[in-house]
Design a protein around this ligand. Structure first.
Ligand SMILES: *[C@@H]1O[C@H](CO)[C@@H](O)[C@H](O)[C@H]1NC(C)=O
Ligand SMILES: *[C@@H]1O[C@H](CO)[C@@H](O)[C@H](O)[C@H]1NC(C)=O
Ligand SMILES: *[C@@H]1O[C@H](CO)[C@@H](O)[C@H](O)[C@H]1NC(C)=O
Ligand SMILES: *[C@@H]1O[C@H](CO)[C@@H](O)[C@H](O)[C@H]1NC(C)=O
Ligand SMILES: *[C@@H]1O[C@H](CO)[C@@H](O)[C@H](O)[C@H]1NC(C)=O
Ligand SMILES: *[C@@H]1O[C@H](CO)[C@@H](O)[C@H](O)[C@H]1NC(C)=O
Ligand SMILES: *[C@@H]1O[C@H](CO)[C@@H](O)[C@H](O)[C@H]1NC(C)=O
Length: 498
């Protein structure tokens, strides 16, 4: 029986994370592998056609409801175990479909200072099915990280709310605390409905927080949010144009280690593993000879064999940061471990314990309908995915043509959606270069490399960062977001103290 290469390799990746995270829910990795597996099966029913807003999908005035008094109710007094801070936090639900009873959970942190003038930034994680509260807020760029006791928090000195007012959204329905009262929704998710619901969420959230309505707005995200971010941006442009007014004041998008273009993403992954001494030259040769990443039919036996070899070589590795240790003890500790800047590889476990506490859910105004399943970093109740375009490159072109700022970044030690994949995808866009490849600096060190293209696209690598860039290189990530939001190039000179 023929099996597609990706199905085999991805089953393999599936197994890896399964071994690593056995009793601890689905990890970010597994979700993407599961989707890719079904996309690369010849019998796949997933719709891979280009993303477009369906005409008359949303009538803006009909989906926006009164939000009177809800902002005040959403204010979070204090999270359990939280150190004192001066900025405000909010958390709560926004209904995205009244008829069905679908509601999305958000967590919002205002900026440490100048909240009246700093932009509004929405952060999305990928999966599909992974939570922006789990990764974005609690392990990457949020103001707090969870200690190893699973019940107290410490400050993240490089939180992105030093640069913006930051909104985290759990999307689509079935992710984290976001739910639908019709469980049928969990089997019918896909890119298009996610983009629709995210847009309806945003309109209503801005109604609840009207002081942000005209604020400069940016969207950023990583991994499979390489689909979500551009698709939401597309909807925003579409409905602004349709209404002939600025409904949402979108200025730019930024995506990191992002799923952009299936063919180049896959080719780039194998090339990365080959050039980083993870697979042999022979295996790399076999992959390149026998596999066809632009094919939608099943792959050859030789290709499948090469893919199994890749599987054996990556089995005991955290492929999302090829140099990081893996978590070997999932137990919480009675006393918190000493805090280090480097990410603890068992952080998923701490976050999962914390967010499943009753007192934490109450403080967050989450799980108000008493869902029947636990909170998980990546959903295991979303069972199917209906549509996922094979490329989002046309959307990136659309944004450049509409004057949006577009930044694409890449942590350079991620082996899953690595820097090679992103380079190949950008190359496919055939953009003329404006500023050639150069090292950018932070505190006297090379923070990564950057290249700027005509039309406003910046590509930036982040040196020694895995898939979750702000987790592994928090200071470099904060510098990156500040330059992105300010619209200033990453510095090409070695100043010692920034
Ligand atoms: C492709 O592989 C799938 C899954 O193994 C199998 O069900 C299907 O029959 C194959 N299709 C062709 C055209 O060989
Ligand atoms: C879902 O159902 C619960 C219980 O009936 C209800 O309290 C809640 O408001 C509903 N959610 C939405 C978004 O309508
Ligand atoms: C759009 O609005 C501008 C002014 O805001 C107006 O000049 C223009 O005619 C409008 N276009 C359409 C198609 O209504
Ligand atoms: C790969 O597959 C595509 C689509 O099925 C086909 O057009 C192309 O010729 C194939 N490439 C090779 C090298 O076989
Ligand atoms: C984790 O905790 C369990 C139950 O308390 C214990 O049996 C196990 O040995 C612990 N594991 C490690 C690696 O310490
Ligand atoms: C964060 O900053 C505070 C105050 O400057 C410092 O005491 C603390 O050690 C820093 N935390 C980390 C993890 O670097
Ligand atoms: C919601 O609350 C119920 C009852 O406390 C709990 O059993 C369930 O695990 C929670 N689910 C989520 C997603 O937080």
């Amino acid at each position: 029986m023929n099996k597609s290469i990706c199905s085999l390799l991805l089953i393999s990746f599936l197994t890896i994370t399964f071994l690593v995270g056995e009793t601890h829910g689905t990890k970010q990795s597994r979700a993407l592998d599961k989707l890719q597996k079904s996309k690369f099966n010849a019998n796949s029913k997933i719709d891979k056609s280009h993303f477009k807003t369906q005409k008359n999908n949303i009538v803006v005035d009909e989906v926006v409801h009164s939000q009177d008094g809800m902002k005040e109710k959403d204010m979070i007094v204090k999270l359990p175990g939280q150190p004192n801070v001066k900025f405000s936090q909010y958390g709560g639900y926004v209904t995205v479909d009244k008829l069905v009873g679908r509601a999305f959970y958000y967590y919002f942190v205002e900026a440490h200072h100048s909240k009246e003038t700093l932009p509004l930034l929405l952060w999305l994680n990928g999966g599909p099915g992974c939570s922006s509260l789990a990764y974005g807020a609690m392990e990457e760029l949020g103001p707090f990280r969870v200690n190893s006791d699973g019940k107290t928090l410490h400050k993240n000195n490089y939180s992105w709310n030093y640069a913006a007012n930051v909104l985290f959204l759990e999307s689509p329905a079935g992710v984290g605390f976001s739910y639908s009262n019709k469980t049928f929704d969990y089997d019918t998710n896909g890119d298009r409905r996610t983009a629709r619901d995210n847009y309806v969420f945003l309109l209503n959230w801005l109604e609840r927080f009207p002081e942000y309505k005209n604020r400069d707005f940016y969207i950023a995200g990583e991994s499979y949010a390489g689909h979500y971010v551009p698709q939401l941006a597309h909807n925003i442009l579409y409905y602004n144009k349709k209404a002939n007014r600025t409904i949402v004041n979108l200025k730019g998008i930024m995506i990191g280690n992002a799923v952009i273009n299936d063919e180049t993403d896959n080719q780039g992954m194998y090339d990365y593993l080959a050039s980083h001494a993870i697979i042999s030259d022979q295996t790399a040769h076999n992959i390149n000879t026998f596999c066809n990443f632009s094919s939608t039919s099943n792959q050859s036996t030789e290709c499948n064999e090469a893919a199994s070899e890749v599987y054996r070589n990556t089995l005991f590795l955290d492929v999302y940061n090829i140099y990081a240790p893996i978590c070997t003890n999932h137990n919480l500790t009675t006393l918190s471990k000493k805090i280090s800047v480097a990410l603890d590889p068992c952080s998923d476990d701490y976050v999962q314990a914390y967010l499943n506490r009753d007192d934490v859910q109450e403080a967050l105004h989450a799980n108000v309908t008493k869902l029947k399943y636990d909170w998980e970093p990546c959903s295991s109740i979303i069972s199917k995915w209906g549509d996922s375009p094979s490329t989002i490159i046309p959307l990136l072109h659309e944004f450049l043509n509409n004057g949006l700022r577009v930044w694409v970044f890449s942590g350079d030690i991620d082996g899953r959606v690595p820097v090679t994949s992103t380079k190949y995808s950008i190359k496919k866009m055939k953009l003329p270069i404006e500023t050639t490849w150069y090292p950018w600096f932070l505190n006297g060190q090379v923070g990564g490399y950057a290249e700027v293209y005509k039309g406003g696209l910046t590509f930036a690598t982040v040196r020694e960062a895995g898939h979750q860039v702000p987790s592994y290189q928090p200071a470099r990530a904060l510098s990156l977001i500040k330059h992105f939001l300010n619209g200033t190039p990453l510095p090409n000179t070695q100043t010692l103290f920034d």
